[in-house]
Ligand binder design. Structure first.
Ligand SMILES: [Fe+2]
Length: 194
C-alpha cells in the first residue's frame, strides 16, 4: 500500500514517539497499521477512539502514548544496566501497536464517530485484531508477538513483549484507579468477557 503523505503525517503527529523508531521501514509499517485500522474501522478521527468503553474521556491515543513512553524508559534502563540486546525499536513499535486493534473492536463505542466500516471487528478482541493489522502490513514477527497482551495469548515470551505488557498494565492501573477507583484486575472481572 502506498502511504498517502497527508495520512502518514497525521498518524505521525498523533504519535510523536514513532519518530524514535530508528528503522525507517518499521516506522512506516507502524504508521501503515494505524492507517489501516482507521480505514477499516471507519472512524472519522483516530483520536475519537476511546481507551475503553467505560472510560470515554481518555482516548486510545493518549493511553498508547503513555504506555509507549513508559515502555521506552523501562527498555532504556534495562538495556543500559542489564541487557544491551534489548531492541528499543521493537519495544517502541510494539507499544505503539499494542492497542491498534481497538480501531476495529470499539466501533460500537462511539457511533457518531463512525463514518463507515464493516464493524465485524467488534467481535474480535483488540489484541487479536491488532495482530491481524500488523501482519497485514508486514510488521516483523518480533514486534507482532508483542501485541497479544490481554490474556497472555502468545506462546513465546520476550523481554520486549514483557516490557510493553508491564508498562501497559501500570498505565492501565493508574488510569482506572483515577477514573473508576478500581485497579485493572477488578476492571477485567467487571467489564471484560474473557
Ligand atoms: Fe493498552
Amino acid at each position: 500500500m502506498k502511504l498517502e503523505k497527508e495520512e502518514a503525517d497525521y498518524v505521525a503527529t498523533l504519535f510523536p514517539e514513532v519518530e524514535d523508531i530508528k528503522q525507517t521501514n518499521l516506522r512506516q509499517k507502524v504508521i501503515e497499521a494505524w492507517i489501516r485500522g482507521w480505514r477499516y474501522g471507519g472512524w472519522k478521527l483516530i483520536e475519537d477512539i476511546p481507551y475503553a468503553p467505560e472510560i470515554p474521556k481518555i482516548s486510545n491515543v493518549e493511553h498508547t502514548r503513555a504506555a509507549t513512553r513508559l515502555a521506552a524508559e523501562i527498555a532504556r534502563i534495562l538495556k543500559k544496566d542489564y541487557n544491551p540486546d534489548v531492541n528499543l525499536d521493537f519495544v517502541i513499535a510494539g507499544a505503539l501497536l499494542h492497542d491498534v486493534g481497538k480501531t476495529l473492536e470499539y466501533v460500537d463505542c462511539a457511533k457518531e464517530h463512525i463514518v463507515k466500516g464493516p464493524k465485524a471487528g467488534r467481535l474480535i478482541p483488540h489484541s487479536i485484531s491488532g495482530v491481524y493489522l500488523a501482519m497485514e502490513v508486514g510488521v516483523p514477527l518480533e514486534v507482532v508477538l508483542i501485541i497479544p497482551h490481554v490474556i497472555g495469548e502468545t506462546l513465546v515470551k520476550t523481554l520486549e513483549a514483557n516490557i510493553v505488557k508491564y508498562a501497559n498494565n501500570l498505565i492501565a492501573d493508574a488510569v482506572m484507579k483515577k477514573e473508576l477507583g478500581i485497579m485493572q484486575d477488578e476492571y477485567v472481572k467487571k467489564f471484560m468477557k474473557l
